[in-house]
Design a binder for this molecule. Structure first.
Ligand code: LLP
Length: 394
């Protein structure tokens, strides 16, 4: 069953609808704090790094930092964003398969986070450019996991990490290069809902331990699906970290923010082709998950009417894939009525596309009394402000 946002939040959404343009994203701060607490309580002695790709709004980062979290980043931009939000370099972990020399150079200037090396080449480049860095080496556990194929990063055929048979040698190479090799990183994938996937990883890592010896850090990444209870997973993860003599780190993203957020869109027409559509002002460019992963997000009406019907909800793009939900039973709307897509707080707003020149949705957070602006709605001119309006040559 999806988490239902509380009534006062839904009422506040109504009020917000009259004040800001649609589509927009709205978040319930209280829910984010509650989810974060739940993770902090389940992992009391671990370091928790929020994967800020899930939702990188600065105001959110500042709050999570004040709850004691670090930040997990996957680009120079995300690292700098974390610094802007107040995180210190030793509170930030940088992942990612590619760290070009310019990025390492920029980090030398702005502050060096913990780096997760993804390959031997990555290690060599880090040793050359940032010899003082603290480094984890990413393991590819070679495990299939039960999620969408785009999200299964720990499969042996994915581009991430170093396979178990190569990991000890590559780690030793890091030490040879004089790097401060602190430990191991492994991220199975995202939107995991099967505890068996976590158990399988424990086994791989138990086996590897005999060849690796003690480590300072064991970073087990993120991936926690919304339905998983962190209290079920934490004991195995702590036991593993103890076996390595290591401190446990985790990197949840979705689990902290997804069900606190909704996308609100207005219905501008009802239309029949061979199917029955509601046409909305939000589609794939505002919310990519349904198209990219076949994700199903529950829909709630922000209006009432006597009759209901079953609709497909389509966006304004010129692509037939621009459908945010199918076969949804809803009250029959009037023009301008609004709907909310639930569980849109992670990887929703963050994955907005400029494609088709729709201004970016605004973002607002409800603290129980007031709406705080997290991001003002995008403006049209911002979409072309980097384009010369007369010939410019290099
Ligand atoms: N750590 C690493 C190294 C990651 O690559 C990710 C996510 C996380 C942590 C956080 O994973 P989470 O706890 O949020 O599952 N756009 C996709 C999700 C992509 C996740 C990428 N990496 C979606 O909309 O489902």
């Amino acid at each position: 069953m999806p988490y239902e946002p509380p009534e006062d939040f839904m009422r506040a959404l109504h009020d917000l609808l009259g004040r800001v343009p649609t589509p927009f994203y709205a978040y319930d701060l209280r829910r984010i704090e509650e989810r974060t607490r739940r993770y902090l309580e389940a992992f009391p002695t671990a370091r928790v790094f929020y994967a800020l790709k899930a939702n990188p709004r600065l105001r959110l980062l500042e709050r999570l930092r004040s709850q004691g979290l670090g930040a997990e980043a996957v680009s120079l931009g995300e690292v700098v964003r974390a610094y802007v939000a107040g995180f210190m370099p030793d509170e930030v972990v940088l992942n990612g398969p590619v760290k070009p020399p310019e990025v390492l150079g920029e980090l030398a200037r702005s502050g060096v986070p913990t780096l997760v090396a993804d390959s031997r080449a990555d290690l060599e480049r880090i040793a050359q450019r940032l010899p003082e860095a603290r480094v984890l080496l990413r393991l590819n556990p070679d495990l299939p996991v039960d999620t969408h194929p785009h999200l299964a990063t720990g499969r042996g055929d994915s581009q991430f990490g170093v396979l178990p048979e190569d990991w000890p040698d590559v780690f030793a190479r890091g030490r040879e290069l004089g790097l401060e090799m602190r430990g191991l990183h492994v991220h199975l994938g995202s939107n995991l809902h099967n505890p068996a996937d976590f158990a399988a990883r424990l086994e791989v890592l138990q086996r590897l331990r005999e060849r690796v010896g003690p480590l300072e850090v064991l970073d087990l990444g993120g991936g926690f699906g919304l339905d998983l209870d962190p209290r079920d997973l934490a004991p195995g993860m702590f036991a593993l970290a103890r076996a390595y003599g290591a401190e446990l780190w985790i990197e949840p993203g979705r689990a902290l923010v997804a069900d606190a957020g909704v996308l609100v869109a207005r219905v501008w027409a009802e239309k029949r082709t061979r199917r029955r559509y509601l046409l909305l002002d939000a589609g794939m460019t505002a919310f990519l998950r349904p198209l990219l992963y076949g994700a199903r997000h529950p829909v709630r009406p922000l209006y009432a009417s006597e009759r209901t019907a079953v609709y497909d909800l389509a966006g304004p793009a010129c692509e037939s894939g621009d459908v945010l939900a199918r076969d949804v039973e809803l009250p029959v709307p009037r023009e301008g009525d609004a709907v909310a897509f639930l569980e849109a707080g992670a990887y929703g707003e963050a994955m907005h596309l400029d494609y088709l020149d729709h201004p970016r949705p605004g973002a607002y957070a409800w603290d129980g009394a007031r709406w705080e602006v997290w991001r003002r709605p995008g403006r049209l001119p911002a979409l072309w402000e980097d384009e010369p309006d007369r010939a410019e040559y290099l």
